[in-house]
Design a protein around this ligand. Structure first.
Ligand SMILES: Nc1ncnc2c1ncn2[C@@H]1O[C@H](COP(=O)(O)OP(=O)(O)OP(=O)(O)O)[C@@H](O)[C@H]1O
Ligand SMILES: [Mg+2]
Length: 150
């Protein structure tokens, strides 16, 4: 698994990184995001939905768990696992149908539901940079090392 490491210096830059990744994603790809509150997971997701020209604005689906975005060319499923307790809970919500639907599936707080996430998912971890309010360290683990360039 190949790992890319970035530091962004504002939400716009995080959005640009999301575009770069989005351009190389395939239908059915899964993005497992981890990182604290306000570390940039939803901001990155907004960059992805913008890339696929989805008109709705992606908000953290904290109260609904799952948002579905339908794009002309690509659907995106956005899951927030913050209030879930285990992978089994996500499985009981029908996650496998989403995985098999051809949608790109984004999961915030993926570590909480790790048991439900396939091994070939992308792993994205977000971290605030101490002493730099608008900076974020973003690690991207690609399951397709040689096929993705960021
Ligand atoms: N470099 C950066 N990248 C992303 N967001 C940034 C950056 N610098 C500042 N921000 C701000 O940090 C906040 C990130 O919020 P966001 O909702 O994306 O976090 P989150 O990880 O989804 O949090 P939660 O776990 O609560 O859902 C936004 O207010 C954004 O404007
Ligand atoms: Mg969020």
């Amino acid at each position: 698994m190949h790992q890319y490491r970035f530091q962004t210096h504002g939400p716009e830059e995080t959005g640009l990184l999301a575009h770069k990744l989005a351009a190389q994603l395939l239908p059915g790809d899964i993005l497992a995001m981890s990182g604290n509150l306000a570390s940039g997971k939803t901001t990155f997701t907004q960059g992805l939905t913008a890339f696929f020209e989805i008109k709705e604005y992606a908000l953290s689906p904290t109260f609904t768990y799952i948002n579905e975005y339908h794009g002309e060319k690509q659907d995106i499923i956005h899951i927030d696992a913050y209030r879930l307790n285990s992978g089994e809970e996500l499985i009981s919500m029908g996650i496998w149908e989403y995985f098999e639907s051809g949608a790109i599936v984004i999961i915030e707080w993926a570590d909480i539901v790790a048991g439900a996430i396939p091994e070939d998912a992308f792993g994205l971890s977000f971290r605030a940079v101490i002493g730099a309010e608008n900076s974020r360290d973003i690690l991207i683990h690609s399951p397709r090392a040689l096929e993705i360039s960021l």
